[in-house]
Design a protein around this ligand. Sequence first.
Ligand SMILES: CC(C)(COP(=O)(O)OP(=O)(O)OC[C@H]1O[C@@H](n2cnc3c(N)ncnc32)[C@H](O)[C@@H]1OP(=O)(O)O)[C@@H](O)C(=O)NCCC(=O)NCCS
Length: 260
Amino acid sequence: MHVHAILYEPTLFTDELYQRALLLLDSESSARIKKFYRREDACRTLIGRFLARMLLHERGISLTDMTFATTEAGKPFATNVDPPIAYNVTHDNGLIAIASSANTYNPPAFTIGVDVMKVRIPGRETFASFVETVGDQLTAHERHLISSAETQDQGLERFFWMWTAKEAYTKALGLGLGFDFRRVEFDPALDILLVDGIVPKGWQFTKFKIVQHTDSYQGVVGEYVGGETISVLSESLPHEWLTVEDATSFIQRAIQRLSS
Ligand SMILES: CC(C)(COP(=O)(O)OP(=O)(O)OC[C@H]1O[C@@H](n2cnc3c(N)ncnc32)[C@H](O)[C@@H]1OP(=O)(O)O)[C@@H](O)C(=O)NCCC(=O)NCCS
């Protein structure tokens, strides 16, 4: 499994670079990107599309030969790649990431999902009102873990592990928003994850953290890898499977590689 993360700072990502990048994408991607009202949303999706294309490029596939599709629930995948590449994209604020692996379970989109979130209390909420807002998506045990945290920071961190784990699992299954998040319970203090009250055998969850200046992101990759056990890999383990790069360098390099 590998995660490639891109740090995106809107003020450093020029219009000229955005326009040049857009020209390289297929008409469906470019139409979807142009529909965004906010340039930042457009750029996050654009960078995600390039992350998927660079994965295929590394396999020696030329841009003109790359083909993509989505499942009925909207999960994107690459078609006609042999052996296949399993991947999933996520974005939040200044971070866009792709998780990829040689997963072969559940083609064509495969059982891999990733979610990242910036660790912060959104908008004008207080920690208490934020927890109240999202509370109905959490189990009683999860709510207890947040309310019993020693500090607000610890509570917030716990919440984002829970949330990104739920999202990673749901995205691995390729499901949309219809999935009841309370079915997944994650205890980030003990790294125990349950689905419908039981351990989901064959799953691997990998937690990671990316810190950029004062911003901190938490993410989880969820993947069905087979077998009889579950593993939850702590964020404190070395992230040798993670590469982080800034958006301008990445897109410049991608344009150059994909055009040649
Ligand atoms: C995509 C989704 C599962 C996760 O959203 P999120 O946590 O807000 O967003 P993330 O940034 O982590 O992930 C977004 C990316 O996930 C991927 N994605 C989209 N649908 C997906 C799905 N069903 N399963 C897994 N990944 C999906 C895409 O690459 C998307 O990036 P893009 O919008 O730039 O193309 C959620 O937005 C959703 O369910 N959307 C609605 C899907 C829908 O309407 N389906 C209709 C038929 S059921």
